[in-house]
Design a protein around this ligand. Structure first.
Ligand code: G4P
Length: 527
């Protein structure tokens, strides 16, 4: 098969959601529909939806698939789908954001009872910054939730993205009659598992069900039709280009738990989500086309083994062009070192084919003994390639840190410098006294930092939590040291730039009011 055919089949995406919205359940559904778990003989019919936990774990072991693993690759409807995990909950970290730099689209799962929740909003903003398409799945329709019209309105009001409902719920919870499929001009009925009827029903020009179905008496049906009518008059138009550029999110309703609406969603997703596209480089500036023959890629995440007996790490590479073959030699742009890529298969979530080959759009995990850093470009061939730097994200949590043993300053500084450079954590110093302050977007980063400093650099540290702060950068010309107070601590970042750590929004507003001419910048607005 040609590189073009292979690349065109790729769909690389992440699921962004707040914990408990249903990311795991919808991932399981995708594995189910893709057949990845049918082979193990667990599927009792497409509607079974959820399988027993024990079954699931057995399958994970047999097939080497893990829902908690970093990358999953499955076939769906002639496409090769790569799902890249975005760690959430207590695992939330800068890695979660950086993972979004390695995908071509995002699926945003929202709990219909809750609407947009904080973590979803933060992750959305990172995707919006990249302009990647965002597909919305309004989940848990089998339960009573908020009105559909409210939920769609919230996308526009809270996230500022235009929305286009691809389908519309007819009732919800116990009264879920089905979905009015606006895009495919049909109805999808929510039938009981025992029902032998066809769940797909055609409609006439007025939206009335054809065949034996007559919903004229149903208030749920007529209300849904009225709303659909209203949407077609007052809502956004369908626009595939606007979807591709992330300006418009197609919205789907359904239930990941029962599987209702999931296949319709997946079918539309593979149709409208993009295959891998060109990626920009710096110095010289150009774009790397995915079909260029030479392999290029960048490292967006390094997973350190937390087990002190193994010091190996896994570097995750997003392939941007060409194809990868086991054993090939690549250059690391930063160090100019040549490295032979063996040992890549071990870390792939899908052990079935043992990933001897991969193409643009795929993610591979490289066994790393310290050759790679986050943001590194790798390339084959003679022409050096350097992808643009990954963005930095505004930290929200801060800790004071110092070495426990003052005699071991050297290893502390070395470890600190390397981990900061690698992107594991961010480093600040108080402006005058130069005390070390660490910044992170999730608690886990501090724990990983502490453990790695001990395991890899033999340096024990004392950490003192400072809590949540709002970091805002100011121009050095605007700086007057008098501006610093206990509620807005003046620090410098690792490049020496002044940054204030504000205690809260109130302190920030107060400062902005007092110094109206000073511009306060966050690297990236994630609040
Ligand atoms: P997450 O990965 O986004 O954190 O969410 P996950 O899929 O684990 O789902 C969180 C909870 O919501 C689970 O229930 C799951 O069964 C439930 N859930 C997911 N999708 C749906 C849906 O479409 N409808 C309904 N009613 N529930 C849904 P749990 O009780 O916390 O876990 P479990 O005991 O069922 O595993």
């Amino acid at each position: 098969m040609t590189l073009q055919t292979e690349v065109d089949k790729r769909r690389t995406f992440a699921i962004i959601s707040h914990p408990d919205a249903g990311k795991t359940t919808i991932t399981e559904q995708l594995l189910l529909y893709s057949g990845a778990i049918r082979q193990a003989g667990t599927v009792k019919g497409k509607k079974s939806g959820k399988f027993a936990k024990s079954d699931w774990m057995e399958i994970e072991q047999k097939r080497g698939i893990s829902v908690t693993s970093s990358v999953m690759q499955v076939d769906y409807d002639g496409h090769q789908i790569n799902i890249v995990d975005t760690p959430g909950h207590e695992d939330f970290s800068e890695d979660t954001y950086r993972t979004l730099m390695a995908v071509d689209a995002a699926v945003m799962v929202i709990d219909t009872a809750k609407g947009i929740e904080p973590q979803t909003k933060k992750l959305f903003q990172v995707c919006a910054m990249r302009g990647i398409p965002i597909f919305t799945f309004m989940n848990k329709l089998d339960r009573d939730g908020r009105e559909a019209i409210d939920l769609v309105g919230e996308l526009e009001e809270v996230l500022g993205i235009d929305a286009y409902p691809m389908n519309w719920p007819m009732g919800m919870g116990k009264n879920l009659l089905g979905l009015y499929d606006i895009h495919n001009k049909r109805i999808e009925l929510n039938l009981s598992e025992e029902s032998e009827d066809d769940s797909i029903v055609s409609v006439d020009d007025d939206g009335q069900a054809l065949g034996d179905h007559d919903f004229k008496e149903s208030t749920i049906y007529s209300q849904a039709l009225e709303e659909v009518e209203l949407l077609s008059e007052a809502g956004n138009d369908f626009d595939a280009e606007a979807i591709a550029s992330g300006q418009l999110t197609p919205v789907f309703f359904g239930s990941a738990l029962t599987g209702f609406g999931v296949q319709t969603f997946l079918d539309a997703f593979v149709d409208f989500s993009p295959a891998p596209g060109p990626v920009e480089t710096r110095d010289p500036e150009r774009v790397v086309d995915p079909l260029e023959e030479k392999l290029t890629g960048f490292i967006f995440k390094i997973q350190a083994n937390m087990d002190p007996r193994h010091r190996d790490r896994i570097a995750f590479v997003r392939i941007c062009s060409g194809s990868f073959e086991e054993g090939m030699e690549v250059n690391v742009e930063r160090t100019n070192k040549k490295i032979r890529l063996n040992n890549t298969t071990r870390f792939m979530a899908d052990s079935r084919e043992n990933v001897k080959a991969a193409v643009a759009g795929d993610i591979i995990g490289l066994y790393d003994t310290g050759n790679f850093q986050i943001g590194d470009t790798i390339y084959s061939g003679k022409e050096a390639v350097s992808f643009k730097a990954l963005p930095q994200f505004t930290p929200e949590l801060f800790m004071k840190v110092s070495p426990k043993n003052v005699m071991k300053q050297k290893s502390f500084h070395k470890g600190m410098e390397q981990l900061v450079q690698e992107g594991a954590i961010q480093l600040y110093k108080t402006w005058h006294t130069e005390e070390y302050i660490l910044g992170a977007v999730g608690q886990l980063q501090f724990e990983v930092f502490q453990a790695r400093l001990l395991n890899e650099y033999n340096s024990e540290v004392t950490m003192e939590a400072m809590g949540r702060k709002m970091a805002r950068w100011i121009k050095e010309d605007d700086l007057d040291p008098k501006m610093s107070s206990s509620r807005n601590l003046l620090c410098k970042d690792r490049f020496g730039q002044p940054v204030f750590l504000f205690e809260n929004q109130f302190a920030l507003n107060w400062f902005a009011g007092k110094y109206p001419d000073v511009t306060l910048d966050s690297l990236l607005e994630t609040e």
